[in-house]
Design a protein around this ligand. Structure first.
Ligand SMILES: *Cc1c(COP(=O)(O)O)cnc(C)c1O
Length: 455
């Protein structure tokens, strides 16, 4: 272990930005199961995706190429927000009295407030060069719709965001950011699509759901040749783009003359976890580096920790190709936990495979543990973390406290995937004792798994 005093913040210069993304699929001991066509249940081909994705992204979804060059036009926008700092949490370490070295990579320092812009930028770019004029997407909590609106604004493309009605009403500021960047935000269900009209006929007061919003966004994209759809997590190409986080972190650890023993990320669809962890996973697989990688989920939506590994749909309506992943069932609607970005029934097929193969761990934490960790971190590190990211903080703290007992000087790295400035209602609830720890029971699991298709 290095005894050199490491600076509190480790920055890279612009020309140290990684020039290529890392593709985890090149080094996995066992390949990811292929996606299946939703109606034939046969392996999906590129053609199954062509109505809604551009050729370059479909290629990135499937390729086994190890490194994919980052195009200059993407680099131009990356340089407005990257490299992101690697920060040594000296003050948090001191407050915990731990000998562990805690580091975090801060991805909240851009207008979208989260890591999601890392994939929104290349997704907009590859669509742009394919001649696409407009992207559609859905947003629940709002982070992804915000990121895509910003990226589309940069490349002069239109962006149409179907926002779950209840979030649209409750989170007006997200809508304002999206509109400021030129995005149009449509509360879902909407009268402008067949899927929306069908819901509204039966439930005029529907509060919407992510599943309905996906159905609307996909319907619009599939019906127009100049319009495509973009997804903010789960898919292989999204995780590929996010590896810029871990690749930068590796260079920063070289400067610090340290190397992490544990890498931690919160896990919704898996993009920020894959983003920080995959370059280190390569070291683990290829160089037999002794390193633990941990995904952290909400106890109320525990796909990796309690779900079943099975082919399931990505959306609740059964439109998308079937993906083999840890799932709680595509109909499962998690209790109203305060981490919108982690309310997904499944998880990235790559992460699911690595977990199945015993290469990474998964654990879950309750909402009150999450907010207690968030407030401790906020107090000692002068940053307000997103509730999603605070799941990773909670486990980093647990691991640091174990080191306090054993006296081990472990190096812990976690991803601070976003800031919490638009999650103030959740903090307000916690501050006033209104956070209820939602339960996830065996009955809920059994109920959810009923919707997983038998193949
Ligand atoms: C969306 C989001 C997540 C969860 O998505 P992943 O794809 O699992 O990374 C986590 N943190 C923040 C800040 C988010 O916006």
């Amino acid at each position: 272990m290095s005894k050199k005093k490491v600076p509190g913040r480790i920055y890279l210069t612009e020309d140290q930005l990684p020039k290529a993304w890392y593709n985890m699929q090149a080094d996995m001991p066992n390949p990811v199961a292929p996606p299946l066509n939703p109606s034939t249940h046969k392996p999906a081909s590129g053609a199954d995706f062509e109505a809604i994705f551009p050729k370059d992204l479909i290629e990135q979804e499937m390729t086994l190429e190890r490194y994919i060059d980052i195009p200059d036009e993407v680099m131009k926008m990356y340089k407005l927000m990257r490299p992101s700092p690697l920060i040594r949490a000296y003050c948090l370490e001191e407050a915990l009295g731990t000998p562990a070295h805690i580091y975090y990579k801060y991805e909240g320092n851009n207008a979208s407030g989260s890591h999601k812009l890392n994939s929104a930028v290349p997704q907009a770019y590859y669509n742009k060069i394919a001649g696409i004029k407009k992207l559609t997407t859905e947003t629940g909590a709002g982070q992804w719709g915000t990121a895509l609106s910003i990226a589309c604004g940069f490349y002069d493309m239109a962006c149409e965001v179907y926002m779950v009605r209840v979030s649209y009403d409750q989170k007006p500021y997200r809508r304002v950011i999206m509109e400021t960047y030129g995005g149009s935000v449509i509360p879902s269900p909407s009268p402008s699509t067949e899927s929306g009209r069908r819901i509204l006929r039966e439930h005029p007061d529907s509060r919407g759901s992510l599943a309905i919003a996906i159905a609307e966004a996909v319907e619009v994209a599939a019906g127009r040749s100049d319009t495509n759809y973009a997804l903010g997590s789960v898919l292989n190409h999204v995780l590929l783009h996010q590896t810029i986080i871990g690749l930068e972190a590796q260079k920063q650890f070289e400067i610090a003359d340290e190397y992490p023993d544990i890498v931690i990320g919160c896990c919704g669809g898996g993009s920020n976890l894959g983003g920080i962890a995959f370059p280190f996973m390569r070291d683990k697989i290829v160089n037999h580096q002794d390193i633990r990688i941990i995904g952290v989920e909400p106890a109320a939506c525990p796909s990796l920790t309690k779900g079943k590994l099975a082919y399931d749909f990505g959306d609740a309506s059964g439109f998308t190709p079937l993906m083999k992943m840890y799932t709680l069932g595509h109909d499962f609607v998690p209790s109203g936990i305060h981490a919108g970005g982690l309310r997904y029934h499944g998880c990235s097929p790559i992460i699911s495979k690595l977990h199945e193969d015993g290469l990474m761990e998964a654990t879950s934490v309750s909402q009150s543990e999450v907010f207690a960790a968030a407030k401790l971190f906020a107090k000692h590190e002068a940053l307000l973390p997103a509730p999603e990211s605070s799941h990773a903080i909670a486990v980093a703290i647990q691991e640091a406290l174990k080191c306090k007992e054993t006296g081990e000087e472990k190096v812990i790295l976690f991803n601070l995937s976003g800031n919490g400035y638009l999650d103030l209602a959740a903090y307000d609830n916690y501050n006033h004792g209104k956070i209820v720890d939602a339960e996830y029971t065996d009955e809920m699991l059994a109920e959810g798994l009923k919707t997983v298709p038998e193949l």
